[in-house]
Design a protein. Structure first.
Length: 143
């Protein structure tokens, strides 16, 4: 994400400055297109990884405690402590529990009812993992 943002910002600055490469194409336009392309490729990769889980009916049990996040499904079970996660944010119809810039676990938003979502967000704030819009606003107010 940092690469995409960096390319978009530098490209935008070069577009405003009017910098051009030797063949007359604005250098900023090239960087903006690369930034958008990297973003789209990343999104496509995430969607491909999640595709098998979006087809048909699947029953997965998610258990969240103060110390860990556990899933139990028909083909696999996973358990991770909350300290494993760097952040949690909402991306489309999923909560993305980010382990590293390249690795994340997805939890469908629809898997939690309103009360469970509120408890989940409270837990994320307590753990310092909430990167949702409401979490950022709460951090901004605290600062």
């Amino acid at each position: 994400m940092a690469i995409c943002t960096g390319l978009l910002l530098v490209g935008g600055v070069l577009c405003v400055a009017g910098a051009q490469v030797p063949n007359g194409v604005p250098a900023g336009t090239v960087l903006v297109l690369w930034g958008a392309g990297f973003f789209l490729l990343r999104e496509r990769s995430v969607r491909r990884q999640l595709a098998p889980y979006l087809v048909g009916e699947r029953k997965v049990t998610v258990t969240m405690t103060d110390t860990e996040y556990r899933t139990q499904g028909p083909d696999r079970s996973t358990s991770r402590t909350w300290t494993t996660f760097r952040s949690v944010s909402r991306v489309g119809g999923f909560w993305m529990l980010r382990v590293s810039p390249q690795l994340a676990m997805g939890l469908p938003v629809a898997a939690l009812d309103e009360q469970q979502t509120a408890a989940f967000l409270t837990l994320l704030r307590e753990k310092g993992l909430d990167r949702t819009a409401s979490g950022r606003r709460a951090e901004d107010r605290a600062a």
